[in-house]
Design a binder for this molecule. Structure first.
Ligand SMILES: O=C(O)CCC(=O)C(=O)O
Ligand SMILES: [Fe+2]
Length: 394
């Protein structure tokens, strides 16, 4: 839902919709299936239907069949936070370099206790192993973006995944309206499943992840030559951060589908726990997709769109995607860290000058997010908003 580019008109190489349909049917040996899944008891991952088929040019053809490690030849930087108390300068430099050169890095010795991480993984497995009918008791709706969802699209293609979204701190707050100037805000509360009370162990994880998110924010901001707390007040009582549990079931046709199609994260930064099953791929500057080697001790951190705007494009939000697997299910846990809905977002003024003009005009973060949420549920008749809509020619 926070993926940039989700629900945009798909760019593809089929000549017509009919041709596209024919190709899908030929691949699958079945007619397309338009059933409305969100209300039914059917598990979408018991079979494979045309809605999961990714256009040929975006299919994950490489190294999938073997799961080979050839794709690990290049890997994103790993930064050890153990010495943060006494070697801060060196860590700030490493973070700055990683953000500029990769937009992605991993952190180890991050301070989130292993017991909390394990508790989260255990509860996530229990939740996703529950019958679909039970999971639907907490399903996400047009009125509440928090909860369970197994029908998400990215780039108009159905993701091979099911998710459960939660707001750290218990609730999520957005402006009531995209257009009007001041219509107040709307609060959405977490939905906790009555059949699994122990899932609230996630609250411990979210608390620890938020602490780490502030540490990383400070490091990124400091690496741009600013006081570490420069943007703190944008985040201190923010209620737009989101925690997601992703479950990618085993997939009978991993060469045709993706767990999440290529996208950028809309937020300031993402802290991802990816467990020990590979799947996350990052697009390098030369266009090659590389696999982020799983390290169960590490978190994968990436720069999001908000940081790209703050930094006036010094740090870029990078495209990534998730490949799925025939043999083993995968879980991942992104914590999406975002400013408060009231924040007017733009390049941080100290980073701009007559020689380095702002590349974005200011826009309200909450309204931007509200618009993107709305477009998840109805065709607004206009393309989904992107940060590039606020770009100015300089
Ligand atoms: O599952 C992963 O490794 C990444 C998921 C992701 O990119 C997302 O949920 O935005
Ligand atoms: Fe992502």
């Amino acid at each position: 839902m926070v993926a940039e580019g989700a629900h945009l008109p798909r760019q593809h190489c089929f000549v017509s919709a009919q041709e596209e349909q024919k190709e899908k049917e030929a691949i699958l040996g079945l007619a397309s299936d338009d059933r409305e899944l969100s209300g039914s008891g059917l598990n979408p991952f018991d079979g494979f239907d045309a809605s999961f088929v990714v256009p040929p040019e975006h299919r994950p053809s490489r190294h999938l069949a073997t799961g080979s490690s050839e794709s690990f030849a290049r890997d994103i930087p790993v930064i050890d936070l153990a010495s943060l108390g006494y070697e801060r300068k060196s860590i700030v430099q490493q973070v700055g370099r990683a953000c500029e050169e990769w937009g992605f890095f991993q952190v180890v010795n991050h301070g989130v206790p292993q017991t909390i991480v394990q508790g989260l993984k255990d509860e996530a497995k229990k939740f996703f192993d529950s019958p679909r009918g039970m999971k639907l008791q907490v399903k996400r709706t047009a009125d509440n973006p928090l909860g369970f969802n197994d029908g998400e699209l990215t780039k108009n293609v159905r993701d091979w995944k099911e998710v459960y979204d939660m707001a750290p701190g218990g609730f999520f707050e957005l402006p009531a309206d995209f257009e009007a100037d001041d219509t107040g805000s709307v609060i959405h509360r977490n939905q906790w499943p009555s059949f699994l009370p122990s899932l609230r162990a996630c609250e411990d994880y979210m608390e620890a992840a938020e602490k780490l998110a502030f540490t990383l924010l400070e490091l990124m901001v400091e690496s741009m030559g600013l006081p570490p707390c420069r943007t703190h007040k944008h985040f201190e009582s923010s209620r737009t951060s989101l925690f997601r549990m992703n479950h990618y079931p085993v997939c009978p046709a991993p060469e045709l589908a993706l767990g999440v199609s290529r996208h950028k994260d809309t937020v300031a930064l993402t802290i991802l726990l990816q467990g020990d099953v590979e799947g996350l791929e990052v697009k390098c500057q030369d266009g090659e997709w590389i696999t982020v080697k799983p390290n169960p001790e590490a978190f994968v951190i990436n720069v999001g769109d908000v940081m790209q705007v703050y930094s006036n494009d010094k740090y870029q939000s990078i495209e990534h995607r998730v490949v799925v697997n025939k043999n083993v299910e995968r879980y991942s846990f992104p914590y999406f860290f975002s400013p408060g809905h009231w924040v007017d977002l733009g390049p941080i003024p100290e980073l701009t000058s007559d020689q380095c003009l702002p590349k974005y005009k200011s826009f309200n973060w909450g309204k931007y997010l509200k618009r993107r949420f709305d477009s998840n549920y109805k065709d607004l008749g206009v393309p989904n908003l992107q940060i590039s809509d606020y770009r100015v020619n300089v």
